[in-house]
Structure formats: C-alpha cells, structure tokens
Design a protein around this ligand. Sequence first.
Ligand code: SIN
Length: 541
Amino acid sequence: MKCDFLIIGSGIAGLSFALRVARLGSVVIVTKKSEIDTATNLAQGGIAAVLSDHDSKKNHIEDTIISGAGLCDKEVVALVVDKGPERVRELMALGVDFVKDARDSSGLDLGREGGHSERRVAHAHDFTGREIERALLVKVKQNPKIQILENHRAIDLLMVDEKGETERGGQYCAGAYVLTEERNVETYQAKVTILCTGGTGKVYLYTTNPDIATGDGLAMAFRAGAVMANMEFVQFHPTCLYHPKAKNFLISEAVRGEGAILVGRDGRPFMEKYDSRKDLATRDTVARAIDKEMKESGVDCVFLDITHKDKAFVKERFPTIYARCLEYGIDITSELIPVVPAAHYMCGGVQTDTWGRTSIEGLLALGETACTGLHGGNRLASNSLLEAVVFAERAYEYCADHWSEISQKPYPKIEPWQAGGAKELNEEILIHHNWDLIRRIMWNYVGIVRTVKRLQLAKRHIKGIFQEIEEHYRDYFVTPNMIELRNIALVSLLIIQSALLRKESRGLHYLVDYPEHRDILRKDTRFRKKKGGLLGEVEKC
Ligand code: SIN
C-alpha cells in the first residue's frame, strides 16, 4: 500500500487533518476498530473557544495557563486560543450542530466547566464529540481522495535510513506495518505518517476512555526513537459514574458547570474545604479532593447533586447522561449520582513543535497523542478538541508549504515483515492475565496520589511483565490483543519512569514525598529510548 498521507486513528484530529490534506494528495486512514470507536465520540462537554463578546482571548489564555500549573508553553497557548474561534466556526460550516442561543452574541449556548472564568464551551447537549465525529465522517466519506480502513492496526512505524532502506533504528519514518482485517501484516508506505491514536486511559483499571485508548501511537513513536514529554501528567476526571454495570461512563464536568454540587454520603458539600472555586476548581484539585474524601471516610464513591435544578432543563441539557443513569435506576433530576474519579486524559505524549512535527522526520502527531505544550501539568477542560482542530490545520499548513519537497520523496525499499519462526498463540489467558495485572498495578500504585516507593514497586512489577510480553511478541504471530498488551505495558513503564523523574508535586502529578512545587523543576520532562538500554528504558533529553 502506498499513499501520500497515512493517518493512524479516526478521531477529530485524524479526520480534520484528512479533510485538509486531501487537497494535496492521497490519504489513507487506518483505524483499529470501527471508524467511530474513538475518544472523540465519547466527548461530552464540548470545545472551548472565545466566541462571545463577554469573553476575551486574554481570559482564555490566563485560565489555560493557571490550570497548566506553570508548564504551559505560552506561545502555544496564545496560538491555540487565537485560532480557536475560526476553527469552531469552520466545524459549524462543516455541519456540526452546536446548541444555539440567540441571546448570546456568539449565537451559541455556551457552557461552563472547571477552571474557566467564563462560559465559553460550544456544545451539542452532552454528546458534542459524537456530533463532531458524525459531521466530519460525512465529509470524509464524500471525499474520493480519502480511504478509511477499519479493523486495521498499526503495529510499528516503518523506519528507514538516509538511503531509504529499511533499518531498525533508521531515522526517517516512511509509514507503518499494519495488521489487516484478514490478520496479515502489510507495509503501508507514506510520505507523511500522522499519529492520531488518542490517549492511554486503558492502562488504568478505571477510565472514562473507550477500549481503543491503549497508547498505541505513543508506544510506536517511543520504539522508533521519538522524543516524548510529560507523561507523568495523567488527568483523572473527577466524575465517572460509579455503578457495577456502567463501564466507563463519564458524567460531564458541564453538569457541575450548570450548578451540580459534589457531596459526601452525608449529603454535605465538601469542595469549599479544598478550593475557593469549589466544584468548579481545576480537575487536579477536584479529583484529589474526592480521593481524599473517599480515603478518609472509607466510602466507595461520592455523589453529584443536580436535583435543585429544573427537571426539564436537566433532561434537555444532558439527555445522554439522564437516559444512561435512568437505565441503571438513577433519576438524576431527583436522586444523587454516585461518582468516582477515573483516568481520562494523557497531558503528555509525543513531543511536537507548533506544526505538529515530532522529532522524527516524516512523522507528525496530533490530538491526545501529541504533547504540544498547550496543557502543561493539567489540561483545562474542553481544550482538547480545540487543540486537535487547531493543530490539524497547522500540520496541514506545514505540509502545504513544503509539498513540492515532500511529494518528491521517493518511496523507500521496504523489507516485508519478518514473522521468523513464530507460532500461533493459543493461550489467550496469558494476554488477559497480564492485561489485568498491569491495569491494577497502575491504578493502585500510579494513581491520583503517588509515592516514590509505590512508583518503584510498580516499575519493578511492570518491567517483569513487559519482558514476558516481549518474549511472546517474538515467539508468536501478532494478534490485536497482543499488540495492545505490548503497548499498554510499554506506556505504563513510560508513565512510571516519567513520574520518577519529577521529584516535586505539580498539577496532576502529586508525590507525597515531595508535596511542594520546586521552581527548578518548572520544565518539561523530556525523554527518549535509552541508547543501548533495554527496550522500555528511558534517558532524559
Ligand atoms: C467532560 O465533559 O467533562 C469532559 C470534557 C473534557 O475532558 O474536556
């Protein structure tokens, strides 16, 4: 398979980029499940941008920087906030139906979320991501230059040397090895490869993320030698529905934005003890407060109370949440919603510049996979969809400006995938057991509140599991489950090592042994694969 642009992942970042670069050349999108199995599709809250007269770019910049706990790249924040309104209007022109309100100068019903000083979140009730994904997919499918391949999994990047020959440790990316729907490993060659595989939530036992969030793009980029950054900053969403039958169901922060209050089992609000912004403090603060309340009182969950709001309003504003909770026997207009924090968003990732370029030539990263500098140590709510569309446009601009050079690149000579003496693995239990073990270790030892001892223990355990997985990977034919397990093991190791490198508490990274900020550490944690080290070992860069 040969194409100009190989996009790995079909969320908002991949689709937005595809629609633009189809003006330049041929586009193939590979997506490991169906085209809508993306984190975008589950996003409830919305997309933050300065759209109304009552708001200002200065305020949005300030809110983003305060939330980022001293680590945001100010140039990137200014760029994203500046381009935001234009990108949101483009989404509307593409057919995204945000909820309207003629009383506001934006013409939109803007929502509020934690850490925002203004109402600035454009939303489609509580299914904003699904609405964006729908509209983008309609356009992508109408475009003959774009091909979407479902049930195709990228395994590793195709790396070549300067002569264009396949080489382990080669410096240039020329596409990817892909496990097709028919379970063949094929080489997909591209002039530009773009990682848009979303986040890493599935490394944790409890997450708001969809099943696809196994950090595939991060793992592939790391194995290829890319510079990674800030992977200790895992955002835990404060309010995931706590119910034995509900898998990963988010209760949007917009519910608190509309007045819901967090209460303990005794019905008493508790956020005022932790922050003057109370329930609308930034996510790191709210998630830690809930964790503390739960640990101190020995309860399994806390509750969200929106029963004081008008019933009709609640049903109209949050139709998905209302219906889903009702399925579990909870009427949110008259009953408390049981909630717990759960892993939600990877603020770090593959480091990119302001054009979406990684440290590897020919490789871009967009969306949650990328660490652009926007989020710093704690992402401001609803800034992620915004980042994805702004950077998709930036990356397109870069490709368009350099198209004469990029399009001339010859396709390299590619070595086909070597299966060697691999056999069929007929013991799926080996995969399931390790998968479960990793997610439990990460939840218990690398969660909202960390200690050096627990991080070191987690590193030791996961290293052992990782080595076993690498042996399976060498000895057996690759399967979808094995690819994901190998990636979650590696990504877990990277999160732990990144966390061990930051000996302070900042934003989402709270280390009991070092509870304060340290000015000297007000910088990104950058690392790459250790030269000559074991796979999975990092060195700072
Ligand atoms: C939410 O609706 O609470 C999630 C929005 C986000 O993660 O930005």
